[in-house]
Design a binder for this molecule. Structure first.
Ligand SMILES: Nc1ncnc2c1ncn2[C@@H]1O[C@H](COP(=O)(O)OP(=O)(O)OP(=O)(O)O)[C@@H](O)[C@H]1O
Ligand SMILES: [Mg+2]
Length: 264
């Protein structure tokens, strides 16, 4: 069974039809990259998956459970959405770390809030608090080791390079154990030498079976890391295939023009 089914997602801003019916399925452990020219709707699609935008139409199904159904959108409450959002993690282009917190605190913050909420609504017994908190800390330290930043536990974001900040952002997204990790151009704000270390972490994640959707302009990386590549154009999926099908064998005129434009 697919871990993710996206069915006919449509989204307009005013008269601007940005997503015109996006459908795809993703298997567990699969890595899918999304390519396409500026304005084709890539970020909007990721934002719809992460409840940062509400689609006008469509369904999103994770592990067989409908986590979004446009016919029921009036029924979603804020608490609901907070829970549903946990299926997805999102890493932005611009890191978005909390500047007033250390690296470790940045990673522990969201899971800590979740435990506090659990104690408040009694889904977690209050005597479990210390045990839960030490698990969160242990997991955060493990994640920092995985992204190669064990020596930066107590540093503040301003003391880190862009590449290091992005790796903290990846660890932070993983701390909530999402089913699917999404990246929106994770390296486009970075110099080439810092890009390499972020791409290495993403490759390592693939080895551990993490299901990922990556919007990227790094075509070589897309070719190397992807099981599938989707080419979006003007709010639609124009091509969906293996890296070989998309990069080497495609006869699609728009795609080939895009790949040859050098303006990625
Ligand atoms: N909140 C919003 N309000 C109004 N229009 C929006 C909003 N967000 C996106 N758009 C419009 O939707 C279209 C698609 O934008 P989107 O950011 O999804 O493109 P993209 O494929 O991610 O482009 P890029 O490669 O430049 O990041 C654009 O025309 C944009 O102006
Ligand atoms: Mg974008």
């Amino acid at each position: 069974m697919a871990i993710l089914e996206v069915q006919n997602i449509q989204k307009s801003f005013g008269k601007n039809e940005v997503l015109k019916g996006i459908s795809f399925e993703l298997e567990k452990g699969e890595v899918m990259t999304i390519i396409g020219s500026s304005g084709s709707g890539k970020t909007t699609l990721l934002r719809c998956l992460n409840y940062l935008e509400v689609p006008d139409n469509g369904r999103i199904v994770v592990n067989g459970e409908a986590v979004f159904n446009s016919e029921e959108k009036e029924n979603y409450t804020e608490a609901n959405i907070r829970d549903l959002r946990l299926h997805f993690g999102l890493v932005f282009q611009s890191f978005n770390l909390f500047p007033q917190y250390t690296v470790l605190e940045n990673i522990m913050l969201a899971p800590t809030l979740k435990v506090k909420e659990g104690i408040k609504n009694k889904s977690i017994p209050s005597q479990e608090k210390n045990r839960e908190m030490s698990c969160i800390r242990e997991k955060a330290l493990e994640l920092l080791e995985m992204v190669g930043l064990s020596d930066k536990v107590d540093a503040y974001p301003f003391q880190l390079s862009g590449g290091q900040q992005q790796r903290v952002a990846i660890a932070r997204a993983l701390a909530l154990k999402p089913d699917i990790l999404c990246f929106d151009e994770p390296t486009s704000a970075l110099d080439p030498e810092l890009t390499v270390e972020v791409l290495r972490v993403i490759k390592d994640l693939k080895k551990t079976g993490t299901t990922m959707i990556i919007v990227t302009h790094e075509m070589e990386f897309a070719r190397n890391v992807s099981d599938r590549v989707i080419y979006m154009r003007d709010g639609l999926i124009e091509m969906d295939g293996t890296p070989e099908e998309v990069f080497d064998l495609s006869k699609n005129e728009h795609l080939n023009k895009f790949l040859n434009s050098g303006n990625l």
